[in-house]
Each structure stands twice: as C-alpha cells, then as structure tokens.
Write a protein that binds this ligand. Structure first.
Ligand code: SF4
Length: 133
C-alpha cells in the first residue's frame, strides 16, 4: 500500500524510534521494503564535486538513503538486499557505485535524485573545500 503523506495521529520520538527498529527488523527478514520519496520541485544542487574531492573524499557517498520506486524499477542502481531499497554500500560504508580509484560516481548520468539534490555546501558536517594557493 502506498500513501501520499502522514496519516493518523502525530507520533512521539520514542514511537518513531520503535517503528524504525521494527521496520529494520522486517527489512532484514525480507518482509518489508522502503522506497525513497523525492519532492519533484527540488532542483539539482549543482555541486562542483571535482573541486571539492581533495578535501571531502566523497564523504557524501557514505550517506544512507532509499531509492525511489522509479529508480528501483529502472534497474540501473544497486540496492542493499538486506535493507531494500536503500542504496547498496560496501563494507567500508561507501556506495557500491563509487569508483574507488578516481573517487568518482560510476553512474553519474543515472545517479539517484537524492545524490543530485544533496547540497554538501550547506551541510556543516562536510569539510570546507580545499583551496589551492
Ligand atoms: S550513486 Fe554516485 S553520487 Fe550517489 S552515493 Fe553512489 S557514488 Fe555517490
């Protein structure tokens, strides 16, 4: 069943945490899957990744997020089989689509909407870009 938005009463943080844990258990058992939902109105962030890579080392490609239904159906992107449909990640936490030698996205033209729209410039957890002298 798909819903367009929140239904029912507002949940407490504790209730949300319990539901999250339950869903993670169900995903691990193969009886639950999650699709990402992206707002169509949000533009691409337009980040110049090449100029930031020396400093950030593609840390954004370690973030966890769920693929949209359309992205899963397209079949180009790999998801985590024990946590469907979150982006597939290697043991070290990096996305399976990251080319480790070049530290570049190997599916750039088909990368997920979440990757396109993520603005690392506004995220205080991401280091300031390296500026050569
Ligand atoms: S799909 Fe590409 S841009 Fe997105 S997390 Fe994976 S490697 Fe990074």
């Amino acid at each position: 069943m798909e819903t367009e938005g929140p239904v029912g009463p507002e949940l407490t943080d504790e209730q949300k945490e319990r539901i999250l844990l339950l869903m993670q258990k169900m995903m691990g058992m193969g009886i639950c899957a999650v699709y990402g939902r992206e707002d169509e109105g949000i533009p691409d962030a337009g980040v110049d990744c090449a100029s930031r890579l020396k400093t950030c080392r593609a840390v954004c490609c370690t973030l966890q997020f769920a693929l949209t239904k359309a992205e899963v159906q397209k079949g180009r992107l790999r998801h985590n089989p024990s946590r469907p449909f979150f982006i597939g990640q290697a043991e070290d936490g990096y996305c399976l689509h990251l080319d480790r030698d070049a530290m570049r996205c190997a599916v750039w033209s088909d990368r997920p909407l979440r990757c396109r729209r993520y603005g690392c410039r506004e995220d205080p957890h991401i280091p300031v870009p390296f500026e050569p002298a």
